[in-house]
Design a protein around this ligand. Structure first.
Ligand code: HEC
Ligand code: HEC
Length: 287
């Protein structure tokens, strides 16, 4: 009798110890499980990104190197950079502030991918909104995009250039333009993806053709020189929205990206890019 009680007590205590040990391990096990699941999502998101998104947002997500999905030919990137500090760093990123998004960063990316951006080249991707992707695929892409946030990216200096009101003032700091460099940048920033090249009017897909921009720009807004008009049109597309686009009336608000002040002003030297593009377009140097 005595012996049975002792054995019973010991085995009870042993069971409790094992249970306690398992319970203590549970958070670590859950964490490993979650990390493994997230790893799989990121991997699947990477495949989806390569096949669906890279053609507009670039192979590295920085919207500088894009290839036509069908022909493999190098093309101008139409999308915005995603592997990009203003898009990823901080709880409330610069892009969320610029677009007035009050929810979470995850929600911002998820909603953008699911719904797209009406009036722009960014289509809706979720089946719920007429796109091709299931909810879990949208979530895989969100995890993949958010995974670009690294300490290195976010440690980049936070610099925001104060754009002067007039092109003349900008020229004081950046007096010389380089048209050949501007031609490359016109593709790198994705301008050519929407505006085509300067030689063939039929190459313009989304925005007005710019082969004749110096003449057109001089007549767009009374009292504005061609250079001042183009300067403002690139930085603030909604200041003046053109009436006619290649596919019919241009949409209002403008479907041209409005974050070039951020992208062309993220370092003290970068505004040179705008001067070079305007030189390539033929509205600089000033007459
Ligand atoms: C046909 C070109 C195109 C494709 C393909 C495309 N996008 Fe976009 N995307 C755009 C454009 C253009 C914008 C900017 C819209 C605007 O002006 O607000 C954009 C914006 C975004 C943004 C918000 C960026 C910001 O700074 O506001 C995210 C996130 C995004 N895209 C993710 C994706 C993902 C993920 C895919 C693939 C499933 C994808 N895009 C496919 C053209 C594209
Ligand atoms: C996603 C497509 C898209 C991209 C990318 C884009 N634009 Fe545009 N752009 C448009 C559309 C659409 C318009 C016409 C509506 C408006 O006036 O904003 C326009 C208008 C303009 C105008 C005024 C043209 C006129 O005939 O009056 C200029 C100048 C211009 N864009 C320059 C640029 C430059 C330079 C870049 C690259 C740094 C660029 N755009 C990138 C779509 C785009």
């Amino acid at each position: 009798m005595q012996v049975k009680i002792v054995i019973g007590t010991i085995s009870f205590m042993l069971t409790m110890m094992i249970l306690g040990f398992v319970a203590l391990q549970e958070p670590a096990r859950l964490e490993r499980f979650t990390a493994a699941r997230q790893g799989r999502q990121i991997e699947q998101g990477a495949h989806l990104y390569d096949s669906q998104c890279a053609t507009c947002h670039g192979v590295n997500g920085d919207a500088t190197e894009c290839y036509d999905a069908a022909t493999g030919e190098r093309i101008g990137c139409q999308g915005l950079p995603l592997n990009y500090k203003p898009m990823l760093c901080g709880d409330r990123t610069a892009r969320m502030v610029a677009l007035g998004w009050d929810g979470t960063k995850h929600g911002f990316v998820a909603a953008t991918i699911a719904v797209g951006r009406f009036g722009t080249a960014m289509p809706a991707w979720a089946q719920e909104y007429g796109g091709p992707l299931r909810p879990d695929e949208v979530e895989d892409l969100v995890q993949f995009v958010l995974n670009w946030e690294t300490e290195e990216l976010c440690a980049q200096p936070d610099f925001v250039f104060e754009w002067p009101a007039t092109i003349e003032e900008l020229l004081v700091a950046f007096p010389e333009g380089d048209a050949a460099r501007g031609e490359g940048l016109y593709t790198t920033y994705g301008c050519s993806g929407c505006h085509g090249n300067l030689t063939d009017p039929a190459s313009a897909a989304v925005g007005p053709w710019q082969g004749n921009l110096p003449e057109v720009a001089a007549t767009r807004v009374e009292g504005l020189s061609a250079a001042q008009y183009v300067y403002e049109s690139i930085l603030y597309p909604n200041n003046y929205v053109v009436a006619d686009c290649p596919n019919g009336p241009c949409t209002v608000p403008s479907s041209m990206p409005n974050n070039f002040p951020l992208r062309m002003g993220d370092s003290p030297e970068r505004p040179q890019d705008l001067i070079d593009i305007m030189t390539y377009l033929g509205v600089l140097p000033l007459p």
